[in-house]
Design a binder for this molecule. Sequence first.
Ligand code: SF4
Ligand code: SF4
Ligand code: SF4
Length: 289
Amino acid sequence: MHRFLFRRIPQFFLGAGVTNGYLKGFIPPGTLWQGPSKGFCVPGLNCYACPSSVFACPIGTLQHYSIIRAVPVYFVGFFVLFCVAVGRMACGTFCPFGLLQDLLHKVPSSRLRIPPWMTYIRYAVLLGLVLIIPFFTFAPWFSKLCPVGTLIAGIPWVAMNPEIRLMVGELFFVKLAILLLVVVLSILSKRPFCRVICPLGAIFSLFNRISILRLSWDEESCTHCDKCTRICPMDISIYKDANSHNCIRCLDCTQCPAVSVHMGPLKVPVPARECAPETMPGVESGCRV
Ligand code: SF4
Ligand code: SF4
Ligand code: SF4
């Protein structure tokens, strides 16, 4: 738990603090930051309409370009460079909605395992709801249903602005139901939204196999004890697929000395690589250290 908080608290301040720093926006009846930074995307889901948001959402931007039938050159250039460098690392170290799912999964409950084939659904969401349907309907359908938007934009606006409250219709209740479903599923299973639905995670994950940052696994020292799978927020067995498209590069599995991190040919030193019984129960008997 300590190690979890050590990693995740900076994630919260980096993700939520940097992208949602305009707290004045939450003073009723609410205002929206319209400064020049709104023209830039952060590498995480961040609703443009959130009162505290100072940057744009990459998925909202993609839908916008699909609707106006243009190619987002800046967006593609920035994200290709970013993803070639670190793959899907933003999901494991920056995006606050990933962190929220990790925290919800700490709630004691029975557990539900997500079948691996379901992790491909997010590519269909990317193609369908983000690119193709907005192209033909001229409406940002992913954003209309996105639980992040409901949580950080829809609910705050309805709560603090009487005029917006009057406009609430059936769609708002559909959005609330989707958010509630994601919350319940996050308690039961590891990061269900990131693994099954998120189109931004789908884009990032295309780069995991070619990124400069890579994970490796040492066949000699691995005992196949599967403790890394148990602590992995994406349920990955690193010895089966060290650079899986599902890996969010959170580096939690580097608690096992059989796992190492590389930037190209260079090995990256990872702090506190001892097997930590409090976070990886029993792993000390599985690691040959
Ligand atoms: S998959 Fe999506 S919601 Fe999950 S951490 Fe990545 S960007 Fe955020
Ligand atoms: S925790 Fe380490 S030793 Fe156990 S399966 Fe994972 S990589 Fe191998
Ligand atoms: S394989 Fe390791 S780095 Fe990747 S998501 Fe799982 S714990 Fe994090």
